[in-house]
Design a protein around this ligand. Structure first.
Ligand code: GTP
Length: 343
């Protein structure tokens, strides 16, 4: 008797998109959704702050696929710390849908260490059905030029509690990547772009490519279908999580600010820029309610680069209200920041 040929079940590809706060992860996802070419993409989004902004930004973009039920948001936490409680059940629910997606995109929070998340794909319940097609690290090119993400010089040994938390998160993200996108290349001259690419190559795993991008524009065929099987290759992706017994995000804080109605958004953004510089704030995002305007005024700030524009009408079931998420290193003077922005 001829034995039937048994094919291993095809596993669903998942792409992990990592990158520091404000590097351009949501912008990249928006580009991928716009160019999905019929492929059903599901998104799992994780944010650090209490108020989820990214899901709202994606919903506002009006791109098919960005509707509510294609996006699962795991707010107020960090995927790398809530893998068992939140991520695994979320994946199982996605896979149990009557029409499962063709590809899953997972946007980690900007402060997540990606390796614990990749390791979750090795859990039997997930491993049988999904594989990590690739880990993509998005990098804020101009943000790298100030040296804040650089490792300490080789001859300097820091005591354990004096690590640079920005460098730690950043180096984990690069060391886990199958592909690095040097984003915001429009803000870099050629020489700087070349120099940063070379530095990223030094910190990435051997064989990792670095591509310069603007607004996350890359052919999806380059990003999706890497076939990395990252969950099988964990040892080559060093992480601070490997040695830390108790990883948490105590080095960073997040809180929201509610400035009330803002009559002059341009003046508010000028004030915001001064506050960011004075307090060394890492990230601000959210929306402003402008009296007399039916649209929300989206605010985006990554370090000192602040921008704003009207992105979507307020919903009929929504009370227009200004709310911004502020993220920075621990020790931020919340009272002073609130007073400066809410006053
Ligand atoms: N100049 C420029 N700005 C960019 C580019 N890509 C993204 N941005 C801007 O950078 C800001 C942050 O982009 P996001 O896509 O929200 O970044 P993110 O990584 O999702 O941010 P978090 O989720 O908060 O970590 C937004 O104002 C974007 O418009 C780029 O290539 N060039």
């Amino acid at each position: 008797m001829i034995e039937p040929v048994r094919h291993a079940p095809v596993r669903l590809p998942a792409t992990v998109i990592t990158g520091f706060l404000g590097a351009g992860k949501t912008t990249l996802i928006r580009h991928l959704m716009t160019h999905a070419q019929g492929r059903r993409l599901a998104l799992i989004i994780n944010e650090f702050g209490d108020v989820g902004v990214d899901r709202d930004i994606l919903r506002a973009c009006g791109v098919p696929g960005c509707e509510d039920d294609a996006i699962v948001e795991l707010a107020n936490g960090c995927l790398c710390c809530t893998v068992a409680d939140e991520f695994i059940p979320t994946m199982e629910a996605l896979l149990a849908r009557p029409e499962p997606p063709d590809h899953i995109l997972i946007e980690t929070s900007g402060l997540a260490l990606p390796k614990p998340l990749v390791r979750a794909f090795d859990w039997p319940a997930i491993r049988a059905r999904v594989t990590v097609d690739g880990v993509i690290a998005v990098v804020d090119g101009p943000g790298l030029t100030g040296g804040r993400f650089d490792p300490p010089p080789p001859d300097v040994v820091l005591p354990p509690d004096h690590d640079n938390p920005l460098e730690e998160v950043f180096s984990d993200q690069i060391a886990c990547a199958d592909l690095v996108l040097l984003n915001k290349a429009d803000l870099l001259d050629d020489a700087t772009r070349e120099a940063l690419s070379a530095r990223l190559l030094e910190r990435a795993r051997p064989g990792t490519r670095v591509l310069a991008t603007v607004q996350g524009v890359v052919d999806p065929a380059v990003l999706l279908g890497l076939g990395a099987g990252a969950e099988d290759d964990l040892d080559s992706r060093p992480s601070h999580h490997d040695t830390a017994t108790d990883h948490n995000h105590d080095d960073f804080v997040s809180f929201d600010v509610r400035p009330g109605p803002v009559a002059d958004p341009a003046a508010f953004l000028r004030r915001l820029r001064l506050v960011i510089e004075a307090h060394d704030i890492l990230r601000v995002k959210g929306g402003l309610a402008v009296p007399g305007k039916p649209m929300r005024h989206l605010v985006q700030a990554v370090g000192p680069r602040v921008s704003g524009y009207y992105d979507r009408p307020w919903g009929t079931d929504e009370e227009p209200a200004s709310c911004l998420v502020v993220i920075g290193l621990k020790g931020l003077d919340q009272a002073a920041i609130r007073a400066a922005l809410e006053g």
